[in-house]
Design a protein around this ligand. Structure first.
Ligand code: CMC
Length: 380
């Protein structure tokens, strides 16, 4: 029997220069830069530039990217129409998947046969920037629609993070909150060959287009073992309610062999490198909104679970409550992950395209031995 690496665990599938996850040193580098340094000093736009181009932008390059991003922020009428057609009861990830598909059909209209689908490097960079620019309006409008509120047009005088919050809530947030949100977008932007990024690379490897790769990646991210975990963390917090209930809740959850969302990771086994930075951002929000109850629940569940299972929190654990404090609906958390991770996905699409090989693994057949239809007479 072939040695099968179930879930491709431990399999090195290709090289990448986009990011490096090192569980031994508990570090994550984007194009060589530690992610906590980027989160503390850079804008989401500058980090997007870095991930796409390999270097941080100078002032002129950043200004140019910002101008292009601002020019593509508005929600196109036909994409809005697709969102409006989605049932209000649908999960926002289904809505956003359809919206990105519509955006792709719109952008690719007239590009010709499938033979041209993969696009030139210049076209793919433009498409990446367009998606990065358009997703905040899609996510923001989705939440507003579910709340029975109208679309808020973008503001040209605000940077990416502040404008994202503006389009969602129609409010200018305190810089403390904008900074925490910007940090979360940077921390979520990229994480090597995770399930959704690998999905995007598989689709790209067939010479399909960048939008198809992102639509597939959104489908992969929706699952609670991946991006859906940030939403699931809040469901758990809501179930527990108060720090005093943690022990009894955990006894019951573990007795029923439940997975505790926001804990564990395929690669990091001693703690997720992004958690300290996101927890610091959460601490700032807890102080700003004066919510010691959130701190108590967070730390009690963490210490109890780590003590019992030796499994540590991942990024979704601090980001869930952080987005909740900012005022986002729980169902919007995974779409926020999409808006951030689209940068990493598209960086990988461009890397895969530049040195492509069709991704087509083998399987070991374990079904019935060859058998035949009764009375079948072979005609050839
Ligand atoms: N709660 C309870 N038990 C867990 C958890 C958890 N969160 N995570 C791992 N375990 C146990 C698991 O039950 C198994 O135990 P046993 O060997 O007794 O069967 C053991 O630890 C190994 O777990 P695994 O699921 O086989 O390990 P994996 O490397 O396939 O899983 C994981 C990684 C992220 C899928 C898993 O830790 C998990 O399901 N976590 C909860 C979901 C979650 O938070 N996902 C977000 C991941 S990070 C952000 C992202 O990439 O999107």
């Amino acid at each position: 029997m072939t040695d099968i690496k179930k879930g491709l665990a431990g399999v090195v599938a290709d090289v990448t220069a986009v990011s490096k996850v090192n569980p031994e040193t508990n570090s994550l580098l984007y194009r060589g830069y530690p992610v906590h340094e980027l989160a503390a000093t850079q804008s989401a736009e500058a980090v997007a530039y870095l991930l796409w181009n390999g270097e941080l932008p100078d002032a002129a390059q950043l200004a140019e990217l910002r101008a292009t991003e601002r020019a593509h922020r508005a929600l196109a009428d036909d994409v809005k129409a697709v969102i409006d057609l989605t049932p209000l009861g649908a999960h926002p990830m289904d809505e956003i998947r359809s919206a990105v598909s519509a955006l792709g059909a719109r952008d690719l209209a007239g590009t010709g046969s499938v033979l041209d689908a993969s696009g030139t490097p210049e076209q793919n960079l433009e498409r990446s920037i367009r998606l990065f620019a358009a997703l905040p309006a899609i996510v923001a409008y989705g939440q507003r629609r579910r709340r029975g509120q109208d679309l808020i047009p973008p503001r040209d005088d605000l940077d990416y993070a502040a404008n994202f919050l503006w389009m969602t809530f129609g409010e200018e947030f305190d810089p403390v909150v904008v900074d925490a949100f910007n940090r979360s977008m940077i921390l979520y932007a990229e994480h090597s060959f995770n399930a959704s990024t690998f999905t995007a690379r598989v689709i790209t490897s067939t010479l399909s287009d960048l939008y198809s790769a992102v639509v597939g990646a959104i489908g992969a991210l929706k699952g609670p073992l991946h991006g859906g975990a940030n939403e699931a963390v809040l469901h758990i917090f809501d179930e527990i309610g108060d720090a005093d209930n943690v022990v009894a809740w955990l006894d019951d959850a573990l007795a029923h062999k439940r997975k505790i969302m926001g804990f564990g990771h395929r690669v990091y086994k001693h703690g997720d490198s992004r958690v300290p930075t996101m927890k610091a951002a959460l601490d700032t929000l807890i102080a700003y909104y004066d919510r010691p109850d959130v701190e108590a629940l967070y730390t009690t569940l963490e210490s109890e679970f780590v003590a019992r299972k030796g499994i540590y929190p991942n990024l979704d654990y601090p980001s869930g409550p952080a987005y909740n404090l900012m005022g986002f609906d729980t169902l919007t958390f995974t779409p926020l992950f999409v808006a951030a991770r689209v940068v990493g996905w598209t960086a990988h699409v461009m890397e895969q395209t530049a040195a492509n090989a069709l991704i087509r693994p083998l399987s070991e057949y374990v079904g019935p031995d060859e058998r035949h239809i009764d009375g079948f007479v072979d005609e050839v």
